[in-house]
Design a protein around this ligand. Structure first.
Ligand code: SAM
Ligand code: 2KA
Ligand code: SF4
Ligand code: MG
Length: 216
């Protein structure tokens, strides 16, 4: 049998996160996750999905006139075939983003792919799962994201940024707020008070559409 991945959903929308926010993008959401973040907005991807071959996924992508693809989940690096999917899409000419939780080795992914890597903060309940070696595996084209729930998370992120920031050689650092837990104005104030050289990121799709809408 051809290689297959378990896919939760494929949809075409406006990229809502990272520095690519605002661009039309096709999303491939893979099934399964090794973490259980307290705030996860995508719990339906933990176990709902169906197997699709790489050819079937590529066929679905070709239905849209769009060259930007994001592989997300769940946790996309949990599935063995994900690096092959990424490579195939890059070879087909797609610009590929991979959204990953930072607990698994990101070097298994083709370095032409833009990796958007969370560092899980204390209030996620999964801070022990971060593979901090990943910080040395990032390229300047990749992005690091901290999703913050409170002041303690912010100070934890600030400490890591101050410690490893200079070694990152320009990798974008994103600070985002857990929806309905921390408001953007508070986060903006903290960033400005500390003159932190980071990018505040809002989840654009939750502003455009109702925050509970699926498949956008
Ligand atoms: C659903 S996860 C999938 C990829 C991967 N499992 C990860 O955690 O990066 C995609 C992104 O959404 C973020 N996210 C999930 N729930 C959120 C929420 N309630 N508010 C803000 N960001 C959230 C995650 O932190 C992650 O950056
Ligand atoms: N529009 C939109 N942009 C996104 N960027 C990252 C997402 C994700 O769930 O990983 C996401 C998502 O679910 N929707
Ligand atoms: S790692 Fe990502 S998909 Fe998994 S529980 Fe956390 S936010 Fe949700
Ligand atoms: Mg999402």
């Amino acid at each position: 049998m051809n290689m297959a991945l378990v896919v939760n959903e494929i949809f075409y929308s406006i990229q809502g996160e990272s520095t690519y926010a605002g661009l039309p993008c096709i999303f491939v959401r893979l099934t399964g996750c090794n973490l259980r973040c307290t705030y996860c907005d995508t719990r339906y991807a933990f176990d709902q999905g169906r197997p699709m071959t790489l050819e079937q996924i590529e066929h679905q992508l070709r239905l849209h006139r769009c060259s930007l693809v994001e592989i997300t989940g769940g946790e996309p690096l949990l599935q063995e075939e994900t690096p092959e999917l990424v490579r195939r899409l890059l070879d087909c000419g797609y610009r590929v983003l991979l959204e990953t939780n930072g607990s698994l080795d990101i070097s298994q992914v083709d370095s032409r792919c833009i990796r958007i890597m969370d560092l899980k903060c204390p209030s996620s309940g999964e801070v022990e799962q971060n593979d901090l070696e990943n910080l040395h595996r990032l390229t300047p084209a990749d992005e690091i994201k901290f999703v913050l729930g409170d002041r303690h998370d912010y100070e934890w992120a600030r400490e890591i940024i101050r410690r490893v920031g200079p070694a990152l050689r320009g990798t974008t650092i994103l600070l985002s707020a857990i929806a309905n837990k921390l408001d953007h104005a508070t986060l903006a104030r903290w960033i400005l008070e500390d003159s932190l050289e980071v990018r505040l990121q809002a989840q654009l799709h939750k502003i455009i559409w109702d925050p509970n809408t699926r498949g956008v």
